[in-house]
Design a protein around this ligand. Structure first.
Ligand code: HH2
Length: 287
């Protein structure tokens, strides 16, 4: 079982001081628990701050290492929200988790939201637009926060209308490597790379990327995969009409595959189920 790590420019729960800052390390594939504070997320929308905090604590107890707090849905067709609204949603949850021992990730595409969330106690920036915005790279670098760089073709409102690639694996993995180099050159202390399952991709594109994961995990950066409850799983599992939360078993199969391929972190709704299954898988592999 491989050890993974991320560098931070400031203290992080569970991290150790190094010459250049702080290092968070973990053995094998870790769980990032999803905390959506939105009215319209595809699987678990409708939670206010109080309910989100309660849910976040359950994810931690269930075995999540990181909590990913989001205030804007990125489901296909979702309307954009302004920075003030997004921040009003996530800030009370981030503040409420201060001192809980959680590593807190802010799921946002907006540099101003990332900066305010880091100021409120977040540790990591999860940007589904892949740190394309130079201001986002600058925020992470100035604050010493590592970032998750995700690939998305287009933007959430329209990304599933007609996704197209010449060679999806080469294009997505090439984009991630280029963005990682740009981010590190700008002074971002560490990166996680994410192929962006379902973000401007057909089911065939998702499958090609998931099958090719060993090519991405062989590179120098830790990889994150987020397939939890996504729609393409419904077709794969033969239950196209199933509700989002009926997709947990299918999500588990996808993420165990990702872990076997060397993925460092999986972004999931069901933290406890994933933590237990990943531990069993690690034991079976002799780790
Ligand atoms: N998927 C979603 C949101 N953020 N971030 C990363 N790094 N990778 C992902 O695959 C990813 C992500 C979409 O899922 P969810 O948060 O459950 O839904 P919504 O965007 O509707 O809130």
């Amino acid at each position: 079982m491989a050890d993974f790590g991320l560098s931070f420019g400031f203290p992080v729960p569970g991290g150790v001081r190094t010459a250049g800052g702080w290092q968070l390390s973990w053995p094998g594939c870790a769980v990032m628990g999803i905390v959506n504070v939105t009215p319209d997320s595809f699987s678990d929308g409708g939670r206010g701050a109080e309910a989100a905090l309660l849910h976040a604590r359950q994810l931690l107890l269930g075995g999540a290492l990181v909590l990913d707090i989001g205030g804007e849905s990125t489901r296909p067709g979702a309307p954009a929200v302004d920075a003030a609204t997004e921040l009003d949603r996530v800030r009370p949850v981030i503040r409420g988790l201060a001192g809980s021992g959680a590593v807190i990730s802010i799921d946002t595409m907006k540099p101003e939201v990332a900066a305010a969330a880091l100021g409120a106690g977040a540790h990591l920036v999860n940007d589904v637009s892949g740190l394309r915005d130079t201001r986002m790279r600058a925020v992470c670098a100035e604050r010493g926060a590592p970032a998750c760089i995700m690939h998305m073709q287009g933007e959430p409102r329209t990304m599933q209308l007609a996704p197209h690639y010449g060679d999806v694996v080469t294009e997505v993995f090439g984009f991630l490597a280029a963005q990682a180099e740009l981010a590190l050159a700008a002074g971002v202390p560490g990166v996680l790379l994410d192929p962006g399952i379902g973000f401007g991709k057909t089911p065939q594109h998702n499958l090609a990327l998931l099958r090719a994961l060993p090519q991405l995990t062989a590179r120098p950066w830790p990889v994150l995969v987020g397939g939890s409850r996504k729609k393409f799983l419904a077709a794969l599992s033969g239950e196209p009409q199933g509700s989002a939360d009926s997709r947990d078993a299918a999500s588990l199969a996808l993420h165990l595959h990702a872990a076997r391929a060397g993925t460092a972190m999986v972004r999931v709704h069901d933290a406890r189920g994933h933590a237990l299954a990943l531990r069993v898988q690690a034991a079976l592999e002799g780790a």
